[in-house]
Design a protein around this ligand. Sequence first.
Ligand code: FAD
Ligand code: NAP
Ligand code: HEM
Length: 509
Amino acid sequence: MMHASDASVSQMSHQPIVATKMSGEMDKPLISRRLVDSDGSLAEVPSEAPKVGVLGSGDFARSLVTRLVGSGFSVVVGSRNPKRTAGLFPSAAQVTFQADAVDSPDVIFVAMFREHYSSLCGLSDQLAGKILVDVSNPTEQEHLRQLESNAEYLASLFPTCTVVKAFNVISAWTLQSGPRDGNRQVPICSNQPEAKRVVSEMVQAMGFTPVDMGALASAREVEAMPLRLLPGWKVPGLLALGLFIFFYIYNFVRDVVQPYVREGKSKFYKLPVSVVNTTLPCVAYVLLSLVYLPGVLAAALQLHRGTKYRRFPDWLGHWLQHRKQIGLLSFFCAALHALYSFCLPLGRVNRYEVVNLALKQVLTNKSHLWIEEEVWRMEIYLSLGVLALGMLSLLAVTSLPSIANSLNWREFSFIQSTLGFVALVLSTLHTLTYGWTRAFEDRHYRFYLPPTFTLTLLVPCVVILAKALFLLPCLGGRLARIRRGWEKDAAVKFALPMDHALAQKTSHV
Ligand SMILES: Cc1cc2nc3c(=O)[nH]c(=O)nc-3n(C[C@H](O)[C@H](O)[C@H](O)COP(=O)(O)OP(=O)(O)OC[C@H]3O[C@@H](n4cnc5c(N)ncnc54)[C@H](O)[C@@H]3O)c2cc1C
Ligand SMILES: NC(=O)c1ccc[n+]([C@@H]2O[C@H](COP(=O)([O-])OP(=O)(O)OC[C@H]3O[C@@H](n4cnc5c(N)ncnc54)[C@H](OP(=O)(O)O)[C@@H]3O)[C@@H](O)[C@H]2O)c1
Ligand code: HEM
């Protein structure tokens, strides 16, 4: 089966270029100097270079061949029409008919779509015993329709070959531009460990990192990888969008429709900046409270059940798992809110308002406008807003995998749980000092709708109150014991047989 693959590996290890890459000097250019002509084009590779075949002359094949040649392999391309496609490949690669291309190499990349695999059946005898690398990706519909992965289908067509699934997660663009600009990991699976080793070494030689995914049965999972589109972000994204639409409409009605209907004033100019800047902080603030609410619900449930060993309901489990995304969306909205707030004084509206106010003062002969309470209120709420955003930035930075990996569990949990909660408290104080007494003044109720900030305070206040309650020794102590493994029912179960035994003893006496 593996008749010449071992030879190709041993050849590979004698290759100077491959050996350099394998020794870990990944920073060196992938295309060795020795393989690049003075004009930048790819030169002839040494004759002893390990030979690899590529079937297909499309986008992926062209990028793959360029990288293979640059990594020191001798490549022969098999095309249905070599005359037409030869010019598309580096001069170092040999382009020929499919039947000629598969003769000598032991490893052959099938850079074609699944529906064309059967057109290779005529080459079955020549392909016998060789390694076929399946690089294909199904479309989303194909993936749902077909239970058998592309790689398993290829293996069923060529039972005398060893099929290895690899490279499907790497785009033609990444192959061409080099792994430093994109994803480095290449999941690999095959039923033949030796074939997997050969392809893994090729992956490494090309500057990528092989990830062993086990047997060919995993190919379906590997093929599903490039189909994913931000899977953990769908629900949090929809939640943020829903909140944005709700608060935008609410603020539109209060700040634009109400003055238009009641006083005939056109305040539609508020739509692009002012209404957005009243909406974004509300979304940020509510999302932030929704990050810490599931922890509170989990704690309440654990207290109620008297154990931590029972599963949370599915909705709570999913919510707990999506807190990172909800938190990052909250940070995103808060950062936009800060930017909008900094831009407010730049607008024409602000300039006209300042000039008009100055004129009004002159006309009413007022020389010094200074309301001490307003000054203090604004200084405090701005400072609290900046502090809250600073804390959130810290949380966002530590959520980067490279930073998170440099922290131990206690440090990460302190930043995420404790400092995150501090950010929620600071945001609440920022909102309260901004709103001040407005919640109690009739003129701020437009169309009977309360000021927006009052709506946003509900969930954060529940979270803060609940966290404060959990600090009480009667609740906090019990919660701490439950989280260390203590169980209410276990204590009862433990006590019952003892009592029973004691009762039996006394009855005997
Ligand atoms: C900008 C930003 C970035 C964020 N980045 C991240 C991030 O990178 N990673 C991340 O995880 N979160 C992130 N979050 C979300 C949030 O900060 C963390 O989830 C934080 O740990 C929540 O703290 P907590 O005190 O509510 O709950 P936790 O500290 O998670 O939990 C409190 C207690 O609840 C129980 N509990 C919690 N979850 C479970 C569970 N699934 N099963 C059983 N018991 C459970 C445990 O007993 C735990 O001791 C981010 C938030 C923001 C705002
Ligand atoms: N493009 C990417 O970024 C990317 C990324 C990962 C995986 N892939 C996978 O790589 C494979 C090729 O993708 P691609 O983008 O290179 O596609 P493509 O540009 O359409 O190339 C497919 C090639 O298949 C060959 N082929 C052989 N028999 C064929 C037939 N009967 N009918 C039509 N073509 C036939 C053709 O080469 P000849 O005419 O020379 O025979 C053609 O150039 C696919 O399975 C894809 O899922 C692509
Ligand atoms: C640099 C940081 C910040 C600055 C400069 C800032 C500034 C402001 C300003 C100027 C307003 C008044 C907006 C208006 O006139 O409509 C405001 C309101 C508000 N801010 Fe911030 N803020 C910051 C951070 C935050 C953060 C981190 C949050 C919460 C996550 C937040 C939540 C709110 C809320 C809820 C309101 C009330 C919105 C309303 O109902 O009108 N802010 N902030």
